[in-house]
Design a protein around this ligand. Structure first.
Ligand code: SAH
Length: 610
């Protein structure tokens, strides 16, 4: 084992919780880097006498890489120790990126996470039948931000087991967010300080008491917070029902809108609407439901409208409520979670004059539904989301039907804010349909014909809609930027029998990189009928979620004037090539973006869909 770096999980503290593999690697290491006080010095005792030992706590990332890289260059073995398991909040990714850049080899060795040592200290299990089958590992945002979609309140909506790392110093915020998510004050919470160390401390309390208990014990770090139904009722019995029964929201919603009426006139309007919204379900007060209604599948209710609204909220992807907005707001307030998961809610007056998009306007589809309802009833849709009010395009909805992918979704919010706030937003688009661009363009939105022109304009924000790789230096021209990847590329692929999926994928990546194209824009892979059962090719497509298009020898042979005909293919398959004609056929294109690239076992060509 020379000239190699091992990222090793050093376990939660107890040196006996080191894996045998970790112990062996440390014993054979020339250089050991360990992550400060979280790694037990007893673990370091396995290192040989000659080993150089560094505490990474005092080193910058550059310095750490320098230590590792120079050791690896000198043919030494490096043991890079991380607390617990290195794959959870390990800050290993940035090190790996640097090592990749320097082409230095490394291996990752798992370890026992503190999450498991802490649960062991609690003598319980994080999953339990009838209680929860899911564990969420998370943290509060601090110096490292947590994506908005993962805020604690929305995660808490699952009522699953939750383990919070790096958050005891912010216990007051944890309590506030969980309380805000509907957890009662008497919800049990456990904190485990220094799990598996000799001075391990377990504190059990409730949401109401835990902050005070931590303050009294002076615990601010090196501890985990665990919230879970398994902690309730002495941690053994089925969770008590007021806590985890009524408040529990099923997450799979029916893909049909619920129409809910409250008055006689409203029920009349609802019947008209139902006739125009196939698949919708109408809930009406029992006393207004006729025999004909029942035969038509209309459901009568004699409970409170609040109950109907709340259960429809849990069960349907959209709600159309024929009643005052005040009723809807008050009755749904307790069950709201987040714009990322709540169903669309449209409120409608009983005559159907105004269809108000109330909740989940964009992602949940309430704006579109309000427009559909207004059209069906001859009324007016009322939209209040900022981008609609200013007649700006909703950047978070672009290319939804066409399958555009956002490269780094968290970056879009800043671009949307820039657009809504009137800052200069630049667009570069070379792929996908551009009919989303309003005509005329809003004054602060400008489209540029090239990446270079966009960079030269130095806008406040940039939106790239492209299958091209955007070089970092051009991207940096705008402080805020986001990239959409329309599925515009087709890969033509040929390969020798038995070539493994990983090799084909590597060559595909190489070819795309050579052409400056993004793998996120791959729409499909195309090949010849002889490769219909080529396992590596099928497996790659399956894993990457790329459809595979198969063309017959005759179809392939009909494509003439290939840039790079192959004698071998002519002899073996009776066609002039595979990769190039397959790409052209599947893309319905007349020229290639990338001519055939030849690798030892694989050929790749790329065309853009026309
Ligand atoms: N990779 C580590 C986590 C590193 S982040 C793992 O898998 O365990 C550091 C955080 O882990 C600390 O803020 C604390 O929340 C938690 N932690 C690490 N060691 C711990 C221990 N022995 N007991 C309790 N929490 C611990």
């Amino acid at each position: 084992m020379t000239g190699h770096i091992y990222f090793i999980g050093a376990g939660p503290g107890d040196p006996d919780l080191l894996t045998l593999k970790a112990q062996k690697l440390i014993a054979a290491a020339d250089v050991v880097l360990y992550a400060g006080s979280l790694v037990n010095p007893a673990v370091l005792a396995h290192a040989p006498a000659h080993a150089e030992i560094h505490n990474s706590a005092g080193l910058s990332l550059e310095q750490q890489i320098e230590v590792m890289a120079s050791a690896a260059a000198a043919g030494k073995a490096v043991a890079r120790l991380h607390t617990g398991d290195p794959t959870i909040y390990g800050a290993t990714l940035e090190q790996m990126r640097e090592l990749d850049r320097l082409a230095i080899a490394y291996t990752v060795v798992p370890g026992v996470s503190s999450a498991f040592a802490a649960t062991a200290a609690l003598k319980t299990e994080l999953t339990a039948p009838n209680q929860t089958q899911t564990i969420i590992f998370t943290r509060l945002g601090g110096r490292t931000a947590v994506p908005e979609a993962e805020n604690l309140a929305s995660l808490a909506a699952h009522r699953s087991s939750m383990v919070l790392f790096l958050s005891t110093g912010m216990i007051a915020r944890v309590v506030k967010e969980l309380t805000g998510a509907g957890y009662p004050a008497d919800t049990p919470v456990a904190v485990v300080f220094r799990a598996s160390w000799p001075d391990e401390l377990v504190i059990r309390g409730t949401l109401a008491t835990i902050a005070g208990q931590l303050e009294a014990a002076e615990i601010t770090h090196q501890a985990l917070i665990i919230v879970s139904p398994v902690l309730s009722a002495e941690g053994r019995q089925v969770a008590d029902s007021h806590l985890y029964g009524a408040a529990f929201a099923p997450s799979a919603r029916r893909d049909a809108p619920a129409i809910i009426s409250l008055t006689r006139a409203g029920t009349g309007t609802a019947r008209r609407l139902l006739a125009q919204l196939p698949g919708a379900v109408l809930y009406a007060p029992e006393r207004f439901v006729t025999a004909a209604d029942r035969a038509a599948g209309i459901i009568g209710y004699d409970t409170s409208v609040r109950q109907v609204l709340q259960s429809a909220f849990a069960e349907h992807s959209a709600l159309i409520c024929l009643m005052a907005t005040g009723i809807v707001v008050r009755d749904l307030a307790p069950v709201l979670r987040s714009k990322h998961s709540d169903p669309a809610v449209v409120a409608l007056d009983e005559q159907g004059r105004h269809a108000i998009s109330l909740l989940s306007g964009h992602k949940g589809g309430a704006n579109a539904l309000a427009q559909q309802v207004a059209k069906a009833l001859g009324g007016l849709a009322v939209l209040t989301t900022a981008s609609d009010g200013q007649r700006l395009p909703a950047l978070d909805l672009l290319g939804r039907e066409a399958g555009w992918q956002l490269e780094r979704p968290e970056q879009l919010t800043a671009v949307i804010a820039a657009l809504v706030n009137g800052e200069a937003v630049a667009v570069y688009q070379n792929a996908g349909n551009d009919d989303w661009l309003p005509d005329p363009l809003p004054p602060n939105l400008t489209r540029y014909p090239s990446l270079a022109a966009l960079a030269a304009a130095a806008p406040a924000a940039a939106l790239f809609i492209t299958d091209r790789i955007v070089p970092a230096r051009l991207r940096a021209a705008a402080p805020k930027s986001a990239i959409y990847r329309p599925p515009s590329l087709v890969l033509g692929v040929g390969c020798n029998r038995g070539t493994p999926a990983a090799e084909i994928l590597q060559n595909v990546r190489d070819a795309l990189t050579a052409a400056g194209l993004s793998p996120l824009s791959v729409a499909a892979v195309a090949t010849i009928e002889d490769k219909r059962d080529e396992i590596g090719l099928l497996e790659m497509c399956e894993r990457q979620n790329w459809p595979l298009k198969i063309f017959s020898r005759a179809e392939i042979a009909a494509i003439e004037n290939l840039p790079n005909p192959s004698e071998w293919a002519q002899k073996a398959l009776g066609v002039a090539g595979v990769a190039e004609p397959a790409a052209l056929l599947a893309a319905n294109a007349s020229e290639l973006l990338l001519e055939k690239q030849k690798y030892p076992n694989v050929t790749v060509a790329v065309a853009r869909k026309s």
